[in-house]
Write a new protein. Structure first.
Length: 531
């Protein structure tokens, strides 16, 4: 637990009514140990075949909890890969669905299977749709887990290792929005007024600080970049979010595809927000401590609309049997499929007067700009373009990133994030000398960087400098033993050094974490042929 934080149960001892209401909300139940809550995933549709990889998955429930089985037959080698993993932790309240994590030796990895509540079925997890093999080693890092759990117990210097209990609270705890409670409690014992001032009430903050509390998890944009020496997880209520992270969006601002975390920028596109200014924010329509029931929802949100709009302002008749005359959200906040999550729909917070079809950005002159008129400089903008370039694979973005990051490196020579990205940009062009220079600088500034260690090791090995390459790969594996690439590199180097036993050990270890590794299987086959 961070210094000054006391945990939500302590808050509940004084705020019992609010505590009870809040902990029935999806936000308060957004993660936990599998089997620790009342939500029950249906197992009626618990088998599926993932088309891209040909893998057959099956989810089972026992007294120990949930497990998933996998079975894939490689079409070329005819080798069959099968096995199972336990689903140790869930991520998501179940209102839309749940993803899961499995633990190996204290390291957390995302599971390739997810549950989707609306169709009550199991399917491939978001981001795994195009994988052509079984993938079991996607690291669950703190920046990802932080929006779903509180009191993370991440082990510093590792990529995805946590204490035996990885987080102290499943879900978003009270202090995520109200700040650390220790001083508040201490001062209350002496003076109620001082005590009240020592806790954050978001509604009483200036608009930018107030809105940042919601935006910390509901604003991602096209790229989100941490400030130097700061991080997403260092943010506390009352801070200016842009002092910790900068989110970038495209400058054309037109209708874009709906994404899971695009609520914030969508609301800012709406005419309601543009006309209302700071008066309209998330809690104008949402009670942060409770969620209206299914039967109450229509009238609850209609009353929010009527606080600004006259009842007579909308003369449109109902468009379907599902809609009634008093259902404002049906027309103006339609539920649409999210571009980044299958089998799920999310509310469009752009509040269109008439439905507008979502589209991809098409403006040739569009560029990345900081959300909220932020002050992202060459460093943040360069890192944002580097992130977008990897996703969209457009050379123009790689070029923009390199120019901006060179400028940033001249201003802040020891910035590990900038140096790592510059190294990667030179590495992808085959400019080895420059790549080595920047990777070495990145690791000097932050020795725990996994990507820099793996790639620098590869460049050393390319020169035959195995003495320097091997420790880099071994160090990366200490920070995340599920990484496949450094184990393959180690095996290749051991084979060149005629140490087949060490090569075999590295490959077998790779298969423990990722049993469908084609590269590991191929090298093992080559070892068998030569011995």
């Amino acid at each position: 637990m961070q210094a000054g934080y006391v945990g939500s149960s302590t808050c509940g001892s004084c705020h019992a009514a609010i505590f009870k209401k809040y902990f029935a909300t999806p936000m308060a139940r957004s993660s936990g140990k599998v089997g620790s809550d009342s939500f029950q995933e249906s197992l009626k549709a618990a088998k599926f075949t993932h088309a891209a990889s040909g893998t057959r998955y099956r989810i089972l429930r026992s007294k120990e909890g949930l497990t998933f089985e996998f079975n894939r037959r490689d079409p070329l080698s005819k080798r069959e890969t099968r096995g199972e993993r336990r689903l140790d932790y869930y991520i998501g309240s179940g209102a839309v669905g749940r993803s899961y994590a499995h633990s190996q030796n204290g390291f957390l990895f995302q599971a390739p299977v997810s549950y989707y509540s609306a169709p009550a079925k199991w399917e491939i997890s978001p981001g795994y749709q195009k994988t052509d093999r079984i993938h079991l080693t996607r690291a669950l890092e703190p920046d990802c887990l932080n929006c779903h759990a509180s009191g993370l117990q991440h082990i510093p210097g590792t990529q995805n290792r946590y204490e035996a209990v990885p987080f102290l609270e499943g879900g978003v705890g009270c202090e995520r929005c109200h700040g650390p409670g220790e001083r508040h409690i201490d001062l209350l014992k002496r003076d109620a007024t001082l005590g009240a001032r020592a806790i954050v009430n978001p509604s009483k903050l200036p608009a930018e600080l107030r809105d940042g509390i919601c935006a910390q998890c509901h604003l991602t944009g096209e790229a989100r970049v941490a400030r130097k020496a700061r991080s997403f997880t260092s943010f506390q209520p009352g801070d200016r979010l842009a002092d910790h992270v900068v989110s970038f969006i495209w400058s054309d601002g037109g209708p874009q595809e709906l994404k899971v975390t695009s609520h914030f920028e969508k609301l800012w596109q709406s005419q309601c927000k543009k006309m209302s200014g700071d008066r309209l924010w998330c809690t104008t329509c949402h009670d942060p401590h409770s969620v209206p029931g299914v039967e109450e929802r229509r009238q609850f949100f209609r009353e929010k609309c009527l606080s600004c709009h006259l009842d007579s302002a909308c003369g449109s008749p109902p468009k379907s049997r599902e809609q009634s005359r008093d259902d404002c959200a049906f027309c103006h906040m339609p539920k649409s499929r999210a571009a980044d999550v299958i089998h799920s729909v999310y509310t469009d917070h752009a509040i269109p007067r008439s439905p507008v079809p979502a589209s991809r950005r098409s403006g040739a002159e569009s560029k990345l700009v900081p959300f909220w008129d932020g002050d992202g400089g060459p460093r943040e903008l360069g890192l944002a373009y580097a992130n977008v370039a990897v996703v969209e694979q457009k050379e123009v973005y790689f070029t923009q990133a390199k120019e901006l990051l060179r400028h940033a490196a001249s201003e802040i020579p020891a910035d590990p994030s900038v140096l790592e990205q510059l190294a990667f940009l030179h590495d992808r062009k085959g400019e080895d000398e420059k790549a080595i220079f920047y990777y070495e600088g990145a690791l000097s500034a932050r020795p725990a960087q996994v990507v820099s260690a793996i790639n620098l090791g590869a460049l050393y090995a390319k020169r035959g400098d195995y003495r320097r390459a091997i420790p880099l790969w071994e160090g990366a594996l200490e920070r995340n033993p599920g990484l496949e690439l450094p184990r393959i590199f180690l095996a290749q180097v051991y084979l060149r050094l005629r140490n087949s036993s060490s090569a075999r050990a590295a490959l077998n270890r790779a298969l423990e974490y990722n049993p469908d590794s084609a590269a590991a299987r191929k090298l093992l086959s080559e070892i068998d042929k030569t011995n």
